[in-house]
Unconditional design. Structure first.
Length: 127
């Protein structure tokens, strides 16, 4: 992918979720294939393209931090220098019992709402 530097053993998937271009990053073994298949089943599109223009959300599936005690999953706008993108980012600590596709869909909806002028931090509160 142009302008994209990925570490070894990382997978990269581009999808369109609720009209938003989403880049999903993750190490092998963090349910990347299962997540992609479930998102496709839920009606979202897989993008087969090297062009990263227009990416609005970067999701990083991280297995290394899953033991930490997370009270919430936050989404924030960051400039990713390695990716040469200015996009919202979401770090998801991966556990096997999580519904990762639902979390990604919720993040995409949240980004769309933020782009329309609404911001709701309560959207990602875990009880």
């Amino acid at each position: 992918m142009k302008g994209l530097m990925i570490q070894k053993n990382r997978e990269v998937i581009q999808m369109e979720i609720y009209g938003l271009k989403v880049l999903i990053l993750g190490c092998f073994g963090v349910l990347m294939s299962e997540t992609t298949i479930e998102l496709i089943k839920r009606g979202h599109r897989l993008i087969i393209d090297d062009d990263l223009k227009g990416i609005e959300l970067i999701v990083n599936l991280d297995k290394s931090d899953y033991k930490n005690n997370y009270n919430s999953i936050s989404i924030e706008k960051q400039y990713k220098e390695l990716l040469i993108l200015n996009a919202f980012t979401l770090e998801i600590p991966v556990k096997t019992e999580q519904k990762i596709p639902v979390i990604i869909e919720t993040a995409a909806i949240n980004v769309r709402l933020i782009n329309m002028g609404y911001e709701n931090e309560e959207l990602f509160k875990i009880s």
